[in-house]
Design a protein around this ligand. Sequence first.
Ligand code: FAD
Length: 382
Amino acid sequence: MGKTILILGGGAGGLVAANKLRKKLNDEHKIVLIDQNDFQLYYPSLFWILEGTRTSEQISKKLNGISKKGIEFHQEKITKIDVITKQVEAGENIHSYDYLIIALGAKLNYEAVPGIGPKNCLYVLPGILNLREQLKTFSGGKVYLVVSSVPFRCPAAPYEAALLLDDYFRQRGIRDKVDLRLFTAEAQPMPVAGPKIGTLVRKIIEGQGVKYHPTVKLASVDNQNRKIFFDNGDNFDFDLLAIVPPHNAPEAVRDAGLLGDNGWVLVNPAIMETKYPEVFAIGDITGIKLPSGKPLPKAGVFAHFEAEVVAERIAAEIEGKKPVAKFTGWGSCFLEIGGGKAGLAFGNFYANPDPKVIMLPPMKLWHWVKIIFEKWWFWKWF
Ligand SMILES: Cc1cc2nc3c(=O)[nH]c(=O)nc-3n(C[C@H](O)[C@H](O)[C@H](O)COP(=O)(O)OP(=O)(O)OC[C@H]3O[C@@H](n4cnc5c(N)ncnc54)[C@H](O)[C@@H]3O)c2cc1C
């Protein structure tokens, strides 16, 4: 009897899972992928739009091409997940499944902070395109990046944004006219990677003259008067502002009874299965507590490797074999620093008692590896 594997979300995790399952299972089994968008945006290249080396078209790719590989694609908004009846409501349709993979990512919660929205968001296309437009005529002033709360996607990204903006202003010869600051709710950069890497990244950004304000919580933004307010009573005038909004789990999973106390989907960290058999969750939507007590960072690299593990386990089970694949917590991440250079951090995030992560110094090689990976991503999965 053919089985149906339903994958919710066509982002980093969902797309890899769909491809891997299609490769492993014969046509008797149906692989169905649902996403509210008909395209995937490749986030690691998003900030290259700011400096003008990428356009939005160059970093987005249509998802419907996967139907040629034998993966059924539906562009629909998922509104309900029922793990008891094994059905998912999406758009006008109800989809039944034998196995479910939830890869719906993290939702940006603009409602949580008055005055924030897609137009001043560092993490979405409208925000990046708006910032790019403003940068074209910008001749100096106060440029602030604000991470409003934790957890957020890609712990390195706000630091990359600060360093790429620093580089951009230097290239335009206006760096001395720009007061570039990064405000964040974190106590240090990339806290899960440990104090050594945090100190190193802080040294890199401060070495470039970026003023760093850790442990501050954004309370509100007054766009008309160009002011930001923090919980501790501090407020600052700005000229250009880009915010990382609070993240939370999308509504559909909140109502499905899958969330833990931390507000994210609870899974077995080795096999990514939820408390319901045949229901798996991968990527940013999960809340995995590390031995150190800190959460596993939300990053595409983890979504990718978790997707491979889940695909292997489901395929093995369907074929009557013993599933053996396990997610080990290994991950890596580039840190773009501008000037065509990047650092590379990597290691075992599941190590006990603390993640064992090292960072290789910034050099041109890692920047080029990041570019090659971008090309490989579009070639491999679509
Ligand atoms: C600027 C930036 C740079 C980054 N750089 C890196 C990097 O260099 N390396 C790295 O490892 N990670 C990076 N990340 C993080 C990475 O992009 C995410 O961790 C990764 O995309 C998570 O994959 P996912 O599959 O869990 O979720 P996503 O990729 O977010 O996919 C979720 C999908 O679900 C869909 N969806 C959500 N709700 C619904 C619904 N109700 N109905 C239908 N569809 C829905 C969405 O449309 C989306 O396509 C970066 C992130 C940002 C913002």
